[in-house]
Design a binder for this molecule. Sequence first.
Ligand code: SF4
Ligand code: F3S
Ligand code: FES
Length: 247
Amino acid sequence: MSRDAPAPAPRRLTLHVLRSHAGEGGEPRFEAFQLDESEGMTLFIALNEIRATMDPSLQFDFVCRAGICGSCAMLINGKPGLACRTLTRDLSSEFTLAPLPVFEVIGDLSVNTGRWMRAMAERLETWIHEQGTPDLDAIEAPMEPALAEAIYEADRCIECGCCVAACGTAQMRADFIGAVGLNKIARFRLDPRDRRDDTDYYALVGDDGGIFGCMSLLGCHDVCPKGLSLRSQLAYLRRKMAAQGLR
Ligand code: SF4
Ligand code: F3S
Ligand code: FES
């Protein structure tokens, strides 16, 4: 008579979390937490377990738990990623978590991407600039499906900040608008409802704080959790802005 093999013992995980508290002084330091891994455990579950059972002061951000809101991005073994979409089984039993660089640290793993993204949106005016006073009674103009799809593709960005955190230029230049901002410009350039032209876009991103600060390091492309094709968006925008600059 055969017997089922006993279930393997759960792995014991060790999370080294970079702790800091904004405004309280003191150097950030790693603190180790240990817990048993459970089936299907994500970093969201692990961090919540730590906060519930070991340290209620641990700070980190989550809203949707589904890779949609962009609030849970952090450095996982030094690489930007979404904690809610990261399974512990894809990591070794011991790993590090740290806040995203570039952004203001609120405390521990929580960073203020919201303030950075708002400043970016205001600087680039990331909204449709209408061709005149909108006629609310007019029938909406149809759009070619391929064009709508291209706009939708760029719009899948969840503003998580991973691309900014992975970018050497963004870490060196506080005024660099990052792949997230350049992707927005690429998106509005496509949109026929926006009256802005390449002269306007060149004024916004035709310098080292914009597309010419990008050194094609492609860390952004490698880490984007939504799989946006940042490499092609940036290359296309660079060609268009270079052509505009030579006019
Ligand atoms: Fe995040 Fe990708 Fe958007 Fe950058 S482009 S903010 S990595 S979703
Ligand atoms: Fe930075 Fe991406 Fe350019 S990593 S340098 S924005 S290609
Ligand atoms: Fe929303 Fe992770 S909690 S993307």
